[in-house]
Design a binder for this molecule. Structure first.
Ligand code: SF4
Length: 455
């Protein structure tokens, strides 16, 4: 659902054999491709004249950030970040990459994820003298590294990572070196690929397509990759391969359909989820529509399997940035109507199957269903390509509080009554697993409460 469940970030990095003006342009393109993962702030850090330079702005990559891009600067290494605000992270103060100067030298960090025990670790560090500047969990890593005496950057990093459990896919710029790693459970994606004369790192592979990067490889859970001057110089495990628990919502909702995440084509995985929903369907709708864009892929799979026409019954306005809605409370209340409009000629008099990815609070669905009723829908059946969310996420996905999760309080029939639908139909957890090539390598904790780490 476009305003209910949110990812926190996207990270990106480039390392080139030699200094080039292309780095800044390519960092921009990479972040542009990852914009769907965060629209609050964006930023880059790059190595120039033996120092790290940063540029961070609020808003979209194509906004003020683009205007300020130092396109004439030459560099051999840079990283970038887009942020979605969650857990107290918002505004320019939280923009990444974060820059640090410590006894391991200068470094900049871009982070995607969340460390569930961060507050406890922070409290311990503060008690023993650490001072934190931001609410980002990435800062914990720097404090841990700087406390390791007598070791170089690489060793201090690996030793510190071995002590941290949680969700973190990060890229670090340390002088002209880029270091990238995924936590031991591999919650969020991070891959690298080749471009002529260099290596690029990205949260999602759609950014590789834009840069014509080839031969991409997923960084393994618990693996750290060191890259210098356009070459991978070292790969190292910092934790034993334990339970792989990749966030299944990357496939259900967060990632772009043109990405390949955790070895799965996102588009195809979503189409399978939609087809599975159709197989379990107990009603007979006339048409299938999606809640764009998040429900599109599953709706196509649903319609194909059910042999019911897929129609563009809801049209999304793509020009409604956060800044348009944010300052005015009355506009925020109108957010759904501003973003979506039904096509009355298609909806009127029909029994409609509406396909979306998930149901979190139910408030957006309620407005959508009212819109469809007002457009003359005879029946509205809501299909969700994920199971009921019964638990909060502690790994970097903003699910809201337990109180806010509608499935903790109501059955599907009660939800249908609450939001005004004729029926509400969730994908069963076992059916979701059946849609995945390696179902045992995912986290499903927000559905079943089986958290892969201590929380
Ligand atoms: S709890 Fe849910 S949203 Fe969070 S990482 Fe696990 S599957 Fe993803």
């Amino acid at each position: 659902m476009f305003d209910d469940l949110h990812e926190e970030c996207g990270v990106f990095g480039i390392s080139m054999e030699s200094d080039s003006q292309d780095i800044i342009k390519n960092l921009y393109l990479g972040l542009f491709a990852l914009q769907h993962r965060g629209q609050e702030t964006c930023g880059i850090a790059y190595y120039k004249d033996n120092a790290i330079k940063t540029l961070k702005c609020e808003g979209l990559v194509s906004g003020e950030f683009f205007e300020k891009l130092p396109l004439g600067d030459q560099s051999c290494a840079g990283i970038g970040h887009v942020l979605y605000p969650a857990g107290g992270n918002s505004g320019i103060k939280s923009a990444q990459p974060l820059f640090f100067h410590c006894n391991k030298g200068e470094m900049a960090i871009a982070h995607n994820g969340n460390i569930p025990l961060a507050n406890k670790i922070k409290t311990d560090l503060i008690k023993s003298g650490s001072i934190f500047q931001t609410t980002s969990d990435a800062e914990i890593l720097v404090h841990m590294m700087s406390r390791i005496q007598g070791e170089d950057f690489d060793t201090a990093l690996v030793d510190s990572l071995a002590k941290i459990r949680g969700a973190y896919s990060m890229v670090i710029l340390h002088d002209d070196e880029i270091v990238a790693f995924r936590d031991p459970n591999g919650f969020h994606p991070l891959s690298y690929a080749q471009i002529p004369g260099g290596i690029v790192f990205s949260s999602e592979t759609n950014a590789f397509d834009l840069l014509k990067a080839t031969n991409w490889i997923d960084i393994e859970p618990g693996e750290v990759v060191f890259c210098k001057r356009g070459k991978i110089v070292k790969k190292q495990r910092f934790a034993d391969k334990g339970r792989v628990a990749q966030c299944v919502f990357e496939l259900v909702y967060f990632a772009r359909p043109d990405s390949v995440v955790f070895g799965e084509s996102v588009q195809q995985a979503r189409a399978r989820m939609g087809a599975m929903l159709a197989r379990r369907m107990k009603v007979k709708p006339d048409i299938v529509i999606s809640v764009p864009d998040s429900g599109n892929s599953a709706a196509i799979g649903f319609a194909n399997e059910a042999k019911i026409p897929f129609e563009m019954g809801l049209i999304r306005n793509h020009y409604t940035g956060r800044t348009f809605i944010k300052p005015k409370q009355e506009l925020r209340m109108e957010a759904v109507r501003i973003k979506l409009n039904p096509v009355k000629a298609i909806i009127n008099g029909k029994s409609v199957a509406v396909v979306d990815d998930s149901l979190v609070r139910g408030t957006t669905s309620m407005q959508i269903i009212k819109m469809l009723r007002d457009a003359g829908a005879k029946e509205v059946h809501l299909f969700l390509s994920s199971p009921e969310i019964h638990h909060c996420c502690f790994y970097g996905v903003d699910t809201g509080t337990l109180e806010e999760l509608i499935s903790t309080k109501k059955t599907p029939a009660e939800i249908a009554e609450f939001i005004g639908a004729d029926t509400v139909n969730f994908l069963a957890l076992e059916d979701l697993k059946a849609c995945l090539a390696k179902p045992n390598e995912y986290c499903y904790a927000c559905f079943d409460g089986d958290y892969p780490t201590e929380v």
